[in-house]
Design a protein around this ligand. Structure first.
Ligand code: GRF
Length: 227
């Protein structure tokens, strides 16, 4: 039985997807705690409603990053985690913290890394004229939004998209690939080989969102290119 600790900062929809998958698929795992750095993180209510322990380590109560990270690590370690899951946890972490959880901390980032680390990834993708965009689950290293890639999902970028529309499309795929990646960890199927991840036995570590819904501008563009 693996102990999982999930860190959130807000809505917590990825956390929710992981909690639901863990229960529905009867993983050999327990969500030991959901911890937020903000007392008003909306996802805390969902976790509590599922009987999961919750805690808040409010970053505003600490003089610097190191002090916050030390308190956070102490809270996390109280739950003896096998895996720490960053799910919309909006804090830059110190190297010491990241090293402490080396090989046992995952993050999801809303872009196809290594493109677009940092914030406003959907707008960045639109500004760059990307035709595909997506999300990445990766092991956390001390370089922000970098680290060995466990899974990626790609979605089309439509001519009519704004950042919100694109974010919603990407988020739908996050809820698929993040639980899947965590499950692989729980099942001890992930091995780290330098900067690469091996999944055993292998299965696709990618997801391409089917182009099923009607987007007239995209269709028109395709027709134009074919003519
Ligand atoms: C997600 O898009 C995630 O990729 C990013 O922050 C967002 C968090 O959403 N790191 P939620 O809190 O999981 O709903």
């Amino acid at each position: 039985m693996k102990n999982l600790v999930i860190l959130i900062s807000g809505r917590g929809s990825n956390m929710e997807a992981i909690v639901r998958a863990c229960a529905h698929e009867a993983w050999p795992a327990k969500i030991a705690a959901v911890i937020a750095n903000r007392p008003d993180a909306a996802g805390l209510a969902f976790a509590a409603s599922r009987g999961i322990a919750t805690a808040v380590v409010d970053h505003r109560q600490f003089p610097d990053r190191a002090a916050f990270d030390a308190a956070l690590a102490q809270t996390i370690d109280g739950y003896q985690p096998d895996l720490v899951i960053l799910a919309g946890f909006m804090r830059v972490l110190t190297e010491g913290f990241v090293d402490h959880y080396s090989g046992r901390m995952l993050n999801i980032h809303p872009s196809l890394l290594p493109s677009f680390p940092g914030l406003k990834t959907h707008q960045q993708a639109l500004d760059a004229g990307c035709r595909v965009h997506g999300a990445t689950v990766h092991f956390v290293t001390s370089k922000l939004d970098h680290g060995p890639i466990v899974a990626q999902a790609a979605v089309p970028v439509r001519a009519s998209d704004d950042a919100a529309a694109l974010a919603a499309r990407v988020l739908g795929t996050e809820h698929v690939i993040y639980p899947r990646a965590v499950r692989w960890f729980v099942e001890e199927r992930l091995a780290l080989d330098g900067g690469n991840v091996t999944l055993t036995p292998p299965e696709p570590q990618w997801l391409f969102l089917d182009h099923t819904d009607n987007d007239t501008s995209a269709n028109a563009q395709t027709a134009g290119e074919g003519a």
